[in-house]
Write a protein that binds this ligand. Structure first.
Ligand code: FMN
Length: 216
């Protein structure tokens, strides 16, 4: 069954630009797949645990040899990976924080990049790795306070998009689409200005969702 995994990483609620846009994407996706299922995970309001020593021990202990304590330590990771395996499509809403991603999104990535589960060493003995999340389509919607487009003095400081691109690629995702809502800091906070800012990006996201679906 077509399944969309919808993840928000902003700790903000109604004021969040990335949440607003992932919601638009999810609505367009559902219109195209009335029978499809949407699984939602809110990292911004319900963060996942940080890596602990027990978690690391669990990762490197074969499942059948894990104690109840180790099993408990890896339970969230298992659940998150199962969501990624089951879904056919992903939409991630990720703000830029300090030129990278919010800690809550990094904590999520630390839970799901697991040897033998989302990546594996190749059998040719070369030490190369291959991602195991094959055949997935990811749309990443990023929000940023300032401007990073080509030519901007800040363009070299954008460690958000390249890092997300790299880490999704590492776990095997090859089909990725990125949308950036930039310059959010320029909004004066009035509803009218916010609506004027959001309208074209929202249309762009809807179009992206529809074009992407039409291409399949
Ligand atoms: C802790 C924090 C750090 C931020 N760091 C940056 C930054 O480095 N560069 C930037 O352009 N915007 C930065 N911003 C602005 C956010 O990227 C912007 O407000 C974005 O819209 C947040 O996403 P949201 O609207 O979905 O919550 C930061 C905001 C916060 C709260």
């Amino acid at each position: 069954m077509r399944t969309l995994l919808h993840i928000d990483a902003s700790p903000r609620s109604e004021r969040s630009v990335s949440r607003h846009l992932t919601r638009e994407f999810a609505v367009a996706w559902k219109e195209a797949h009335p029978d499809g299922r949407i699984v939602y995970r809110d990292l911004g309001h319900h963060p996942v645990p940080l890596v602990t020593e027990t978690f690391i021990a669990a990762v490197y202990t074969p499942p059948e040899a894990r104690s109840p304590e180790l099993r408990a330590a890896i339970a969230t990771s298992d659940e998150l990976i199962s969501e990624l395996q089951t879904a056919t499509d992903y939409v991630f809403g990720v703000p830029m924080y300090n030129f990278s991603v919010p800690a809550g999104f990094k904590a999520y990535i630390d839970q799901i990049v697991i040897p033998g589960r989302t990546y594996a060493y190749t059998s040719d003995g070369s030490g190369s790795r291959t991602g195991l999340l094959k055949g997935k389509r990811a749309t990443v919607i990023m929000s940023r306070g300032w401007l990073y487009r080509n030519g901007s003095p800040l363009s070299a400081c954008n460690l958000q998009e390249p890092w997300i691109r790299m880490i999704l690629g590492f776990v095997g995702v090859t089909e990725m689409d990125f949308v950036a809502a930039e310059g959010v800091a320029q909004l004066d906070g009035s509803n009218g200005e916010r609506e004027q800012y959001l309208r074209p990006i929202r249309d762009h996201v809807r179009l992206k969702a529809k074009l992407r679906l039409a291409m399949l």
